[in-house]
Ligand binder design. Structure first.
Ligand code: MN
Length: 282
């Protein structure tokens, strides 16, 4: 008999702004939810008013981790110190390994009025923090979808059944974008000892809590589960959309300062010094 996990925690996220004043909801990387190792940060962008996002994220550095940008509506143009540039259009994903250092800009370009999507930060282990930077722009048509009875699962990174996502990462993580039909059900069994969470970003879902009662969770929310077995969620009558992330925790010390995430304070100081002296991305 299949056993099911129950809801352990629900986080509604924290409204904030970043870059040159882009309004977003920080789902992970807040005082309330610092990280879900190895996931350092998750930002939800969902803005109807171009004034709340058009200034974007002008030139800024990163070191020590990977950034994942998932575009849903609207477009984002990026350029970096390695010489890469590109335009992310709806459904596209950019998976960037900052490694020892990259300086880039991420500037929205208006399509309709709305811009929506995610930025996820995946930590790197000590041995990979100073690797050469790398980036992958993955167009929507290269991301396979698995159609099930109650839902469609876009496989961005990692394995889902027989289907493998196109994104390459130095971390063994799985990132799935799930669209549930109205009252559709989705079930997944995380690998033992992995960490995992759902971010509900459209509609709402229903899942069981530890008292055995069904609980409705509205978007946007990060949901964590506990117990043995599979995770099962059901969409409400309007359907829902979920980002699912799973990975092997690093269990390493984390020293973070803005766009730099290292293991020690000395490494953070080095990153700041390297940026200030112009050698971070050389
Ligand atoms: Mn960035």
């Amino acid at each position: 008999m299949t056993s099911f996990q129950t809801i352990s925690r629900v986080y509604a996220g924290m409204p904030t702004s970043d870059g040159a004043g882009v309004q977003l909801t920080r789902m992970i990387g807040t005082p309330e939810l610092d990280m879900i190792d190895p996931f350092l940060m998750l930002d939800r962008m969902d803005n109807d008013d171009p004034d709340t996002y058009m200034a974007g994220f002008p030139n800024h550095p990163h070191r020590g981790f990977e950034t994942v940008t998932i575009m849903q509506e609207g477009q984002m143009r990026h350029e970096d110190s390695v010489g890469n540039s590109g335009l992310l259009t709806p459904g596209d994903v950019q998976w960037m390994t900052a490694g020892r250092g990259i300086i880039h800009s991420e500037i929205p370009e208006m399509l309709e009025g709305r811009m929506s999507g995610f930025q996820l930060w995946v930590n790197l282990p000590s041995k990979h923090k100073m690797v050469a930077p790398k980036y992958q722009d993955i167009p929507a048509d290269r991301i396979p979808s698995v159609v099930e009875k109650g839902c469609t699962v876009r496989v961005i990174r990692g394995q889902y059944g027989e289907t493998k996502g196109p994104a390459e990462s130095l971390m063994p993580v799985r990132v799935l974008d799930v669209t549930l039909k109205e009252k559709g059900t989705w079930t997944i069994t995380p690998a033992e000892n992995n960490t995992y969470f759902l971010c509900i970003y459209e509609g709402s879902i229903i899942a069981k809590n530890s008292e055995g009662q069904t609980q409705e969770i509205l978007s946007p929310s990060v949901v964590m589960f506990e117990g043995e077995g599979a995770i099962q969620v059901k969409a409400s009558a309007s359907g829902s959309n979920i980002l699912y992330c799973e990975g092997v925790p690093l269990n390493e010390p984390v020293a973070r300062y803005g766009p730099f995430v290292m293991n020690t304070d000395a490494e953070i100081k080095q990153a700041v010094d390297d940026y200030n002296s112009g050698v971070l991305a050389t």
